[in-house]
Design a protein around this ligand. Structure first.
Ligand code: PGA
Length: 248
């Protein structure tokens, strides 16, 4: 059985004042049956880790560099995230792929660095609207999956997030059948490549997940949780999503 994971991606949002949301999540979910993860901007990782200490809320980064250290202005390494208290890192988010030109090969190298550094990698994949409308979704996802993942991953150290780019921050979501089709495809590809371990790797759905649609998404087989942007910024929105996953 795969344990559910409710993950929040704060993107470039949040300052010290936002840490009260973590206090509220801790109070609302003292002993959840699923894992809870919040990935704040790098400036908040250490402070959030201190606030979350001893609770069920894990803290992650939103990116890390593929190198261990060196002349890379503005970047952070896996070891720096670990040192600040992070246990996870999001890699290959479509906004990083678009804004920073990250390729599948970059994402794979970053994933290797994250695993070496002892972090759980949350590797993101997803098709554009053009690719969806052109009937290329499964081809695109297959290519990203093959190129972005290292050869030796496990259910304990890697999570996949399927996030159709056109559903991110738009309020549009795929139909339940479309979500099921892609998640079943990813599961089959993972089992083909990693054998039994492919059954243990969690596959999250991301893109406009909200309290109002979470339960029907979590009812889909092979959806093991969600990566949530906008609705993870407040405990008021994120808490019912966590509860929906516990009840799935
Ligand atoms: P959204 O973002 O929930 O705001 O659509 C999801 C994501 O980008 O991870």
């Amino acid at each position: 059985m795969r344990r559910g994971l409710a993950a929040g991606n704060w993107k470039m949002n949040g300052t010290g004042a936002s840490l009260s949301e973590i206090e509220a999540l801790k109070a609302a979910h003292p002993d959840p049956s699923v894992e809870i993860l919040i990935c704040p901007p790098a400036t908040l990782v250490e402070r959030m880790s201190a606030v979350a200490k001893g609770s069920a809320v894990a803290v992650g980064g939103q990116d890390c560099h593929a190198a261990e250290a060196g002349a890379h202005t503005g970047d952070i390494s896996a070891a720096m995230l670990t040192d600040a208290g992070a246990t996870h890192v999001i890699l290959g988010h479509s906004e990083r792929r678009a804004d920073h030109g990250e390729t599948d090969a970059n994402v794979r190298a970053k994933t290797e660095a994250a695993l070496m550094g002892g972090l759980v990698a949350v590797v993101c994949l997803g098709e554009s609207l053009d690719e969806r409308e052109g009937g290329k979704t499964l081809d695109v996802i297959g290519t990203q999956l093959a190129g972005s993942l290292p050869d030796a991953i496990t259910g304990a150290n890697t999570v996949i997030a399927y996030e159709p780019i056109w559903a991110i921050g738009t309020g549009k979501i795929p139909t339940i059948e479309q979500i099921a089709e892609v998640h079943d495809f990813i599961r089959a590809e993972l089992v083909k490549r990693y054998g039994a371990e492919g059954e243990a790797i969690r596959v999250l759905y991301g893109g406009s997940v909200k309290p109002s649609n979470a339960a029907e998404i979590f009812a889909v087989e092979n959806v093991d949780g969600a990566l949530v942007g906008g609705a993870s910024l407040t405990a008021q929105d994120f808490s019912p999503i966590i509860t929906a996953l516990e009840n799935a």
